[in-house]
Design a protein around this ligand. Sequence first.
Ligand SMILES: Nc1ncnc2c1ncn2[C@@H]1O[C@H](COP(=O)(O)OP(=O)(O)O)[C@@H](O)[C@H]1O
Ligand SMILES: [Mg+2]
Length: 249
Amino acid sequence: MEAKYTENMAIFGKTPQLPYSVEEAVNRLRINISFLGSDVRKIMIISSEPNEGKSFLALNLWNQMAEAGEKTVFVDADMRNSTLHAKYDLHREDGKEMKGTSHLLAGNAKLDEVLVHTKYGYGDLIPNTENIINPSMLLESDRFKVLLDGLAKRYRYVFIDAPPLGLVSDGERIGNLCDGAILCVRSAATPKGVVRESVRQLERAGCPLLGIVLNRVNENKGGYYGKKYGGKYGKYGSYYGTYYGSGDK
Ligand SMILES: Nc1ncnc2c1ncn2[C@@H]1O[C@H](COP(=O)(O)OP(=O)(O)O)[C@@H](O)[C@H]1O
Ligand SMILES: [Mg+2]
């Protein structure tokens, strides 16, 4: 792809090497998302608990969508516990300090200071580079809603990496502002009751459940949620399963 931007470029010092099975599973998910219709733009990636693979999934989905030619932006809204920036050694090409979501929502940076371009097709992102203790007020401010709505006008897809539903109400708030959510479930680790409660929370938030990804399948022997979701996807096979639309299966 030709160089489109020269300013505000971000570089990933490290990128995950995906096993083929994971790449293929994310690719299927990407294709399924592209059939959801043009009203589904703001998509929250959420889970019940930490460590289920939300950020991993959100980032890979964003990356594949951008590489497929869609204008796509990733918003790191896990302002309490974002690890992406450090984990992937994300930095600006121009050497300036990298600011992110918490700076933007607190009014300490402008959008064009935090929104960076990447070498991945039309993939832009807003990282979170400074974690804060209580971002709830920032998420509740009008600024956040205006941000998401503005991005949804400029980008075909806005993927929002959210904090887990189980801990605080931030996820519900974000979900309320989105067109739908993808629930990431860590295979055999997250109890079914907890997953069910997350589905109810999304319903309460008025956020349609677009699908469930059963992640980290091969780290255990599977079978926990029934064969339907796992199994044939090799090492670390993430797979999106179940339903589009809402309601219990
Ligand atoms: N399908 C997967 N294949 C390989 N590694 C994964 C997968 N899903 C998650 N991980 C790894 O597991 C860890 C936790 O995932 P992360 O996305 O940070 O969780 P969360 O954002 O839900 O807290 C990370 O080190 C991530 O790279
Ligand atoms: Mg995360």
